[in-house]
Design a protein around this ligand. Structure first.
Ligand code: RRO
Length: 297
């Protein structure tokens, strides 16, 4: 059992927001999915106050070592989510973490207040890091804007507040420290890195949104470095993610200072990969660790 902000979890592996559609997966895999749910907590896709269509297609570009997405946050909005998705997601056999995003403080406040009242919700994740939506206010790249937002919404819900950091900030550890100082209970990182692909014939940007977010094994070393850097600056627990494909990748993030590890892009190739990753990680955690050689003076 792992204690994460007072929530008891069976193991260290959860999903990255927006990378596993539990409702669609239940249609595909049936009740077996619920009997052997791969994650120890479920993180929802980002919810905004009003419904959004998302970005024009194409929305994906496959890379040799991952992909670029430009999904642009399509979702039913708060009312649609509460009416249609929350009742289904509350049947999952694990705690539910709802990821929210707004383009103003008041929008984020309304979302935090609404989900803060729901018993089905174990924790909230503030998405300060979507690379594909121009909000006008880029809270997540600026420590002062981040602190202002977290201070504003922290008193509105009596649930753990996780801040999802962007790797596209100049100094993600400074943003993390500001969020912690303002009352955040945990950090999650990394979201995707801004990237681009060109249409093979027209030479125009391939993605409908122009640019997108790079994820998958290509970003794994960046995630590891940023998790280590953030872990050296904050005391709150960290959810580490970025290119996790195997138990060994998860162990790297834990050793860099994460308490939990999230799996994202790999779930598109192998939807139930998290069960395999948990098995691999459990075995690795049970093995004796080699001592680092003592320095010869
Ligand atoms: O929906 C998206 O395009 C998206 C989001 Br909200 C995010 O946080 N990260 C990402 O890579 N894509």
């Amino acid at each position: 059992m792992i204690d994460f902000c007072g929530i008891r979890l069976e193991h260290e592996v959860i999903n990255g927001s927006g990378t596993f559609d539990a409702i669609a997966a239940q249609r595909a895999f049936g009740d077996e999915l619920l009997e052997r749910f791969p994650f120890s907590a479920f993180v929802s896709k980002t919810v905004t106050l009003e419904p959004r269509q998302g970005n024009p297609p194409p929305r994906l570009w496959e890379l040799g070592a991952g992909m670029i997405n430009s999904i642009g946050l399509p979702n039913k909005g708060l009312r649609g989510y509460l009416a249609e998705d929350l009742p289904k997601l509350s049947e999952l056999p694990v705690p539910l973490i709802v990821n929210v995003m707004g383009s103003t403080r008041d929008e984020v406040a309304a979302l935090v207040r609404a989900f803060g009242e729901r018993d089905e919700v174990a924790a909230l994740e503030l998405n300060l890091s979507c690379p594909n939506v121009k909000t006008g206010l880029d809270f997540g790249v600026d420590p002062i804007a981040t602190a202002g937002l977290v201070e504003h919404v922290r008193p509105l819900a009596d649930k753990p507040l996780i801040v999802k950091l962007t790797p596209n900030a100049g100094d993600p550890a400074a943003v993390a420290a500001a969020a912690e100082g303002a009352g955040a209970d945990a950090m999650s990182l990394i979201n995707t890195l801004r990237g681009m692909a060109l249409h093979p014939h027209t030479r125009e940007p391939w993605l409908g949104g122009g640019t997108g977010g790079v994820s998958g094994p290509a970003i794994r070393p960046i995630a590891l470095a940023q998790v280590a850097q953030v872990a050296s600056r904050v005391r709150v627990p960290i959810v580490g993610m970025g290119g996790v494909q195997r138990g060994a990748d998860a162990l790297d993030l834990l050793d860099a200072g994460a308490t939990l590890v999230a799996v994202g892009t790999e779930s598109f190739r192998e939807p139930l990969c998290a069960s395999r990753i948990v098995r691999e990680l459990t075995q690795l955690l049970g093995e004796p660790r080699l001592e680092a050689p003592s320095t010869v003076r």
